[in-house]
Design a binder for this molecule. Sequence first.
Ligand SMILES: [Fe+2]
Length: 212
Amino acid sequence: MKKDDRAIYSAKSFDHLEGLTGISDAQLAEHLDLYAGYVKQVNTLMQELSEMRGERRASGKDFGLAEGTRRLAFEYDGMVLHEFYFSNLKPGGEARPSDRQGLGRALAETFGSVEQWQENFQAMGSMRGVGWVILFQDPVTDRLTNYWVSLHQDGIPARCKPLLVMDVWEHAFMRDYKATERVKYVDAFLRNIDWSVVEQRTREDSAARSAA
Ligand SMILES: [Fe+2]
């Protein structure tokens, strides 16, 4: 079957992020290149799986189908989580919102105080292994919970909206810090949070739109 070169997704621009505190422009550029690779892989995989269906080769015993299908979740979530991550950063950001209104008040109600939420989020950032620390909101109960997501796709709570997304893979910081200095990177991440974006995500019906 003839290959269709139409791309379903395209990499978004995050040029406005230059000048972050504690995360260099070179680190950011390398990370954005890696994100663009996920976008490319999603497009390629979706095309290949589509061709497989077209050729009626799709069988549960087909290694290509099995590997491609499992990899799609890894590549797709890798693409989307990076978009959430870059979107919730800005030069001149802040570590935490005011605890008197909106999301800050909701965090204080759940965690005892905004400081306690931040302590928990920071502590999770130093957990062993690569993955993500994500503040999720359950849209049914509005409950806020910090989750650990392994790789990109393992541990995402079904139904919940990602509000604040922190990448803790080594590639996110190893140009600026040593592998043993993840805590320094987590501190830097916290100094660059765009809380207006995080707040906006709590108000949207679909969290996906806030990453656009
Ligand atoms: Fe990353």
